[in-house]
Ligand binder design. Structure first.
Ligand SMILES: Cc1ncc(COP(=O)(O)O)c(C=O)c1O
Length: 391
């Protein structure tokens, strides 16, 4: 499988989840699209790409809508409710800038949330005299109910919007999003779901989750080239939702507004059908199952070698897993950076390391180019660095 990916063969790459890796075949499909664009750029970008056209000779439906329809079919969505965005951060900003906050209102985030998205919430709140409340999640997590209970307990009378991850970033947990959304809905609180890691990693039917908006990346687990993500909106919320960057589509409807964010390279989005096609050829469920199995087995292997507790239920693990390092490896962010750098430059292992809850944690990503030997290599490299008295 390594041959399908352009990765440096001398590196043990356990970090697929961070910025994704694009398969060679999908990169080739993207290059074909770029070549097609460059044959007649203005025709492609001004007539064929979106519904906002300078005149006839457009594609029907527009090229960006054809690609959006292919992605929508993978996530159970109506194509009219789904637009491409550059990344999850862009989608979060669109929702947060559009949401009608008033002074004294509260946005709920959790301490498992992604820092960049939380910063966007802080900025939006600041603009309106609103505040951001951070729900503290249990650690370690033994069940999804713990997360639901902690979120519900943090909802207050002024909470207007809750940002809930579908799969958390550092701790790599699948969150019971639908249950949290139901609790929020019954209190009249809107939910922005952050599914940055979900498409391609877990089965996904966005409309059934009961959220107001869903943002996700395609460039992580869907094998789509960077930069490509999606923003889904419930029908009720579409009219008031605007991109953070306004262009020609203003007042021409949800898809028209997002489909043309000024001149940009649309080839990552347009390559999405090629990525979907490749994954279907390999077997979408088979890919997911292999990745999940490797993340799960890898986590248990690390926990055993490092003598760490790992009692996360398997149902909360997708294609990534986070395991605490031995206590002797330190507990601070500086120690995490130092070790991560040593692992990369001395051992040629790329992996995410984070410091929280008084320990360093490793997050392994499992993609079809990995196998258990990669995880063994990480386990051994960490043990080699442990103070001799503790090994
Ligand atoms: C949960 C979550 N949300 C948002 C993001 C941001 O993704 P991007 O940088 O592609 O916008 C990430 C990135 O890893 C993430 O893990």
């Amino acid at each position: 499988m390594r041959a399908e990916w352009p990765l440096d063969p001398t590196i043990t790459y356990l970090n697929h989840g961070t910025v994704g890796v694009t398969p060679r075949r999908v990169l080739a499909a993207q290059q074909q699209i770029r070549d097609e664009i460059e044959r007649q750029p203005s025709r492609f970008l001004l007539r064929e790409l979106t519904s906002i056209s300078v005149g006839p000779a457009g594609a029907e439906p527009p090229r960006i809508r054809q690609a959006a329809a292919a992605v929508a079919a993978c996530v159970g969505a109506d194509p009219d409710d789904l637009v491409f965005i550059d990344n999850a951060t862009t989608g979060a900003n669109a929702v947060l800038r559009s949401f009608p906050l008033a002074a004294g209102d509260e946005i709920l985030v959790t301490d498992l949330g992604y820092g960049g998205v939380t910063q966007a919430a802080v900025f939006a709140a600041r603009q309106h005299g609103a505040t951001v409340r951070t729900a503290v999640m249990p650690s370690p997590v033994h069940s999804g109910s713990q997360i639901v209970d902690a979120c519900v307990a943090a909802l207050g009378p002024r909470t207007r919007l809750a940002i809930v991850d579908h799969i958390t970033s550092q701790s790599a947990l699948i969150v019971p999003l639908a249950r949290i959304a139901a609790e929020c809905r019954s209190r009249g609180i809107a939910v922005l779901a952050d599914g940055a890691h979900a498409p391609g990693a877990i089965p996904l039917d966005i409309p059934s989750l009961g959220v107001d908006w869903y943002i996700a990346n395609l460039h992580k687990w869907m094998w789509v080239p960077r930069s490509s993500g999606i923003l889904w909106s419930s029908s009720a919320r579409k009219a008031d939702l605007h991109p953070a960057v306004i262009s020609w589509g203003l007042d021409q409807g949800f898809t028209a507004e997002f489909d043309l964010p000024g001149t940009r390279d649309p080839s990552p989005h347009l390559a999405a059908p090629a990525a979907i096609g490749m994954m279907e050829e390999f077997g979408t469920a088979a890919v997911r199952e292999y990745n999940h199995g490797l993340a799960w087995d890898g986590a248990r292997l690390l926990a055993e070698r490092w003598r760490s507790a790992f009692d996360t239920p398997e149902s909360m693990i997708g294609t990534m897993a986070t395991v605490a390092l031995p206590a002797a490896m330190g507990s601070t962010a500086d120690e995490a950076v130092r070790l991560r750098t040593q692992l990369l430059f001395d051992d040629r292992i790329e992996v995410q390391l984070h410091a929280y809850s008084g320990r360093l944690h490793a997050r392994i990503s499992a993609q079809i180019y990995n196998d258990l030997d990669d995880v063994e290599r990480l386990a051994a490299a960490v043990i080699r660095r442990m103070p001799a008295s503790l090994t």
